[in-house]
Design a protein around this ligand. Structure first.
Ligand code: GLC
Length: 496
């Protein structure tokens, strides 16, 4: 039997390569591309950011315009445009009023006023209900910015939207879109939805909670994180509801992949030399060039540790901070790239200033430099407090850079401890969220690094593992099937 080909609309506030802040953009760009390559009609919908329309790489074409009301005192005008990515995937750009006019660069993509997302979600449903020329079988929403879509689809459905199934993916439960109670009146929803069985959350409004209740299927980006968020430690006060969803078999975990075209040491346009598992000479050149770029003497034998990350508490940087001098006394070089919490930015800038001989920290966003670190480093650090999936560990594996990770979420699902005796495992893992646990894991990595032959075998082995989206896309197709079936069951239940 031939597999059913789905029409899927992926909705996300950030999409690579159009506008990227973090890992969500990578997923929102790469999953539709993988589905498209497998014959599915996967398209993308995102807010119309000026930075995308101004980018000469894309040919943006106008499609349609319409007016709509969110509530009696709030009317908006929506403009839909479209472009096509080189992969063939169609992207719809939805502009609503001036809500996203500030997004002239990727650091300004996220609107400060949450009404921007109310308008965007309501306009999405209005577009599907009355104006789009194409209709998906599944709308796939991501994170709280798009969480109102499944709610509006349920409340304001018509014959066109009625059959549409919804999937909601949690990329990070730490951000739920929680606002003061008064905000509820802005949503244009019936009052009965301000309820424990609705968007009410400790007397506030929780947009993600709406998506959890109103989507046909909910998933998160790794099986371990799907289990963790059912506990008080990781559940961010939604663990009760998440446990219920798991009992009802509506919650699951699917590990992300990475884009194997973008992240490929054999073709990467950003790195000084190409290499593969069969021929690692280029990796040494990448390392030496990285050392030079950091202002250090080239030394292929000195262990070089890389870190590319949002600089936030989630990423376990307080562990590194707590180690401080102890970490810097190790016989290593350390190169860091990231932006985020100003306190961390200041802290690592100071490291850079005071320890120039072994630390190089770039505070900012620089895609080329990120590629050069993944390729040039020997070891990649990811000590996350929690990690829904994490992409950095998979990218580093692809570049033969061995990860040191905390055993949580997607890190636990992708990295297994290196065992020199059996030549098994692909990284160095610690469990306890303690500075010394991280330190010992780094030490184990440095010890292993001393055995140059065994290390090279490890590098070659991890480079041959498969972390491509082709693998995970199949799991999403199965999830779409479940969502469509659940949607059909709901319709049958209503007519009986
Ligand atoms: C968020 C999570 C990260 C995940 C990414 C993509 O950024 O923090 O763990 O990899 O989303 O799903």
């Amino acid at each position: 039997m031939q597999e059913h080909k789905y029409c899927v609309l992926m909705v996300s506030a950030e999409v690579a390569p159009l506008a990227k802040v973090g890992g969500l953009a990578d997923v929102a760009g790469a999953l539709p591309k993988a589905l498209h390559a497998q014959g599915h009609d996967a398209r993308i919908l995102m807010p119309a950011y000026p930075m995308v329309e101004a980018d000469s790489r894309w040919q943006v074409q106008p499609l349609t315009e319409f007016e709509f009301a969110i509530h009696p005192n709030w009317r908006e005008r929506a403009v839909v445009k479209q472009l096509q990515l080189p992969s063939g995937v169609v992207v719809y750009l939805l502009g609503v009023g001036d809500w996203f006019a500030n997004a002239t660069e990727s650091t300004k993509v996220y609107a400060v006023d949450p009404r921007a997302y109310v308008a965007f979600c309501r306009a999405t449903v209005e577009w599907l209900a009355r104006h789009s020329e194409w209709l998906p079988e599944v709308v796939h929403c991501n994170d709280w910015h798009t969480a109102l879509i499944p709610v509006y689809l349920r409340i304001f459905s018509n014959e066109r939207t009625q059959p549409i199934a919804t999937v909601f993916t949690i990329h990070n439960l730490a951000f739920q879109g929680v606002f003061e109670r008064a905000f509820f009146t802005e949503l244009g929803l019936p009052d009965y939805l301000f309820d424990v069985e609705g968007l009410e959350f400790y007397d506030k409004v929780n947009l993600m909670k709406g998506a959890l209740l109103y989507s046909d299927r909910i998933n998160t980006v790794s099986p371990t994180y799907a289990a963790e968020i059912q506990t008080p430690e990781y559940g961010e006060q939604l663990e009760g509801l998440l446990r219920r969803l798991a009992d009802e078999r509506r919650l699951s975990g699917i590990l992300n992949g990475i884009d194997y075209e973008e992240w490929n040491p054999e073709t990467d346009p950003y790195i000084p030399a190409h290499y593969s598992a069969d021929d690692l000479r280029g990796k040494t050149i990448c390392k030496v060039e990285l050392q030079k770029a950091c202002g250090w003497q080239p030394d292929p034998e000195k262990p070089l540790i890389g870190l590319v990350s949002r600089l936030t508490d989630q990423k376990g940087l307080d562990l590194l901070k707590a180690l401080g001098a102890k970490f810097l006394q190790l016989p290593i070089q350390f190169v860091l790239l990231g932006t985020g919490d100003p306190a961390y930015e200041r802290y690592f800038r100071a490291w850079h200033k005071r320890h120039r001989a072994k630390v190089h920290a770039t505070i900012g966003f620089n895609n080329a430099w990120a590629h050069q670190i993944y390729a040039g480093a020997d070891i990649f650090l990811m000590p996350s407090r929690f990690e829904p999936c994490g992409l950095g560990q998979m990218i580093s594996l692809r570049y033969g850079t061995i990860p040191v990770v905390r055993q949580t979420g997607g890190l636990a699902d992708s990295i297994t401890p290196y065992d020199a005796e059996r030549d098994a495992g692909n990284g160095f893992v610690f469990r306890e969220y303690k500075p010394m646990a991280l330190y010992e894991a780094v030490q184990r990595a440095l010890e292993a690094y001393q055995n140059r032959t065994a290390w090279q075998a490890l590098v070659q082995r991890v480079m041959r593992q498969d972390w491509s989206w082709a693998r995970s896309a199949g799991a999403y197709v199965a999830l779409y099937g479940e969502a469509v079936e659940a949607r059909a069951q709901r319709a049958r239940a209503l007519t009986h």
